[in-house]
Design a protein around this ligand. Sequence first.
Ligand code: SF4
Ligand code: SF4
Length: 329
Amino acid sequence: MKDLETSATDQADNNDASNANIGKFVDPKITAKGDTRATVALSNPQTLWFNTGTLCNIECENCYILSSPKNDALVYITADEVSDYLTQLKDQNWGVREIAFTGGEPFMNPEMIEITRRSLAAGYEVLILTNAMRPMMRKSMQAGLLELNAAYPGKLTMRISVDHYDADNHDKERGQGSFETTIKGMSWLRDNGIAMATAGRTVWGENDAQSRQGYADLFERNNFNIDAQNPGMTVLFPEMDENIEVPEITTDCWGILNKSPNDIMCSSSRMVVKRKGADKPAVLACTLLAYAPKFELGETLAEAERDVALNHPHCAKFCVLGGASCSRN
Ligand code: SF4
Ligand code: SF4
């Protein structure tokens, strides 16, 4: 059996050349059909993401970053490393509003409270993606969250993964009993006035309205102050199937689809990761492609200011097309 790090690398390779997309997503400038590939400029930086490390307390079906209790392909980022990027942010004058953290499970990182403290102290809003399970509920993490939420009111939000509003469906993805544990964690956040958003999946054949109604009922039953109708508060993600054929995105696509590069996530964010064995962290184009080497832009924010070539199936499927099609491809 392969180790997880190798599997992650293989996944990156497969992402680029799955059977359905052979010959595509190769040249950063030109598509397989010889057209000019679309690029996205960092036109409006809003969020700097950090991956806190890929270790997670659980191992979900279909975790996009293959997190588990064993996968440390991305190691814990330290508070000092985060501070270095916060300084770079000021130097580069990006004007971002928010520092956001994803994992793995961020509260597995022993420095998570100090990392959060430094981000808040630097004047940013902080968003932490968490499963709200045991790592967040440890006494030291609870105490830190209470202290920081009191010191920086309205600046700290937890976005909790609730794959489905139905316990059985959630547990199929995340393991028996995980729904109940997450609801307990969310209840603790509710009781202590810590702001919450949620992230779910849309893999059960429901339409958007049905999903949102299900979440609305769950939030009402539990008195959670989360707006199920607001896509920014209740974020619903499609499944990320690497093997579906997708067209490549050319410069013509913007006009055909009536979309702007400024609508795409890599126009407004970057993500810092620390790879196992690396001396320093690296800056990636976005949160979706943690293992794809060609989306690593350099070690510094200055290097990461360059345009991103939309040279991956995810760019087409999740970011540009979103279910539409670009007829010239
Ligand atoms: S809780 Fe999140 S990071 Fe952890 S395995 Fe599940 S989806 Fe991945
Ligand atoms: S998947 Fe591609 S288009 Fe989407 S944010 Fe990442 S680099 Fe940009």
